[in-house]
Design a protein around this ligand. Structure first.
Ligand code: GTP
Ligand code: MG
Length: 458
């Protein structure tokens, strides 16, 4: 961090097609209050000093101000100004904000005016968040949660991001580190004072502590809810050729995303659409009809369809009501060890051609839309069951997963280490891996990667 006063547009850049009602320009750094004075009192800039006290409004209090070009004294806009005194600001530094009208010319002139002051520079992507982290205002999981909140497209994504922003994940990981560090202190005492009478049963207590930690981390790693919520619940539409899988995808997507035709074997590649299903983000995949075929391209399609069915969180098996759908259902559900009757759904399509009277399946006509409300309700129920709420906060990112897998391996080594010193070293490695997640243990390249996620207004 170079201690410069930085500035950036905090709202999206106004375009001709989409000017905003307001645009917010933020400044952070020691000279943010000076900048505010020079921009709102042109004579101050000519004088060459800012005479902060009389000219600055009370911190955290919004005031109406005219913004001037400091070099010419020309009026740029009239808007609202506010400043925050360090350390009581988002970045922990002196900060100022200008809320101006959201036109391209206004924003362009105001940014240029700040540049002319000569003591501010444009912020790099993620620099405000990085400064907040440097000043202890955020840990990495909270910084990531803010990025998630900005990116959230569905209600459930928003809720998860907010929970993480409140520090739920941070607390979980820090609790684990505390547990591990306590065990480590015991081990280190055993190394430093090998001849002293350490309480009996200590080794067993440390061992139990590590095993318990391992168990909690394992359960957390098994919990895919957080990643599903960030990336979308993966739903695969599978079934025999010509059953209406692509028609169903188009119906749910409300557009012609996949080609539909009466010839069996139309779909070859996997076609994905992103949907919001009652607040749950979903990646819905249409796949090739499952059948034995001599066509090499279709064979590859069938291979991909099977792979996707295996990898999916939830399967929608589509069958043709006008064919022998029961036989197809038995064949396809029995053949798949991944078929999960608790979540997966059987859809019997084309009920406009043949009536279906069966329990446990959804009767649908992709053509007329009959049965769609029932299918949507079933999908939402399955999604909710899959994402069951409560319990500890879920893992949300591959970055966390990698660090926890590393910690888990180190804990495993610590348990079988032939010497106390080696066990202590492995325990230390495990705690360092967990510390990387929250940023308690600093890794600079990692910070760059994370903060680059924040390019709001860039
Ligand atoms: N009558 C009727 N026809 C339907 C219905 N749904 C789909 N079809 C027709 O069935 C045929 C096959 O539909 P698709 O959606 O292409 O079927 P698919 O399962 O994707 O087929 P493949 O990609 O070849 O595996 C098309 O001619 C559709 O118009 C329905 O509910 N009722
Ligand atoms: Mg198809």
């Amino acid at each position: 961090m170079d201690g410069a006063t930085i500035y950036a547009l905090g709202t999206p850049a106004p375009s001709r097609a989409a000017p905003g009602a307001i645009s917010v320009i933020r400044l952070s750094g020691p000279r943010a209050p000076d900048a505010l004075i020079f921009l709102t009192e042109p004579r101050a800039f000519e004088r060459g000093h800012s005479a902060r006290d009389p000219a600055l409004p009370e911190p955290r209090r919004m005031v109406v101000r005219t913004v001037f070009d400091p070099s010419t004294g020309e009026e740029i806009d009239r808007g609202l100004a506010v400043w925050f005194e360090a350390p009581n600001s988002e970045t922990g530094e002196m900060m100022a904000e200008l809320h101006l009208h959201g036109g391209r010319a206004v924003v362009g002139a105001a940014l240029a005016a700040i540049g002319k002051l000569g003591f501010c520079r444009l912020a790099e992507p993620g620099e405000f968040t990085r400064r907040a982290f440097e000043h202890g205002k955020l840990d990495l999981t909270r910084a990531e949660a803010i990025a998630d909140l900005v990116a959230a497209e569905t209600e459930q994504q928003r809720r998860q991001a907010l929970q993480q922003m409140d520090g739920a994940l941070h607390r979980l990981y820090e609790d684990w580190r505390t547990l591990g560090l306590r065990a480590l202190a015991h081990l280190e005492a055993a190394i430093d004072f090998p001849d002293e009478d350490l309480p009996t049963g200590l080794a067993a207590a440390v061992r139990d502590g590590i095993t318990e930690l391992q168990g909690e981390i394992a359960a957390h790693l098994d919990d895919r809810r957080g990643e599903r919520l960030r990336e979308g619940i993966n739903i695969a539409i599978i079934g025999p050729p010509n059953a209406g899988k692509s028609s169903l995808l188009n119906l749910l997507a409300r557009r012609d995303a996949a080609i539909v035709s009466e010839s069996a074997g139309t779909t070859r590649d996997i076609i994905e659409v992103h949907l919001d299903l009652g607040g749950w983000p979903v990646v819905l995949a249409d796949t090739a009809g499952l059948r034995a075929t001599a066509d090499a391209i279709e064979q590859e399609g069938v291979r991909r369809a099977r792979a996707r069915a295996r990898a999916a969180d939830l399967r929608l098996l589509v069958l043709d009501a006008s064919a022998d759908w029961k036989a197809a259902m038995h064949e396809l559900t029995a053949a798949s060890e991944h078929w999960n009757p608790a979540h997966d759904i059987v859809v019997v399509n084309k009920v406009d051609l043949a009536a279906v009277d069966a329990v446990g399946v959804v009767a649908l006509s992709a053509k007329s839309g009959a049965g769609l409300p029932e299918l949507l309700a079933r999908l939402e129920r399955s999604a909710a069951a899959l994402m069951e709420e409560g319990g500890p906060p879920p893992l949300t990112r591959a970055r966390h997963r990698e660090a926890l897998v590393e910690a888990q391996a180190a804990l495993g080594r610590a348990l079988i280490a032939p010497e106390v010193a080696l066990a202590a070293e492995d325990l230390r490695l495990a705690m360092r891996a967990i510390g990387r997640i929250t940023g308690t243990v600093r890794i600079d390249e990692l910070l760059d990667v994370i903060f680059r996620d924040f390019c709001i207004g860039k």
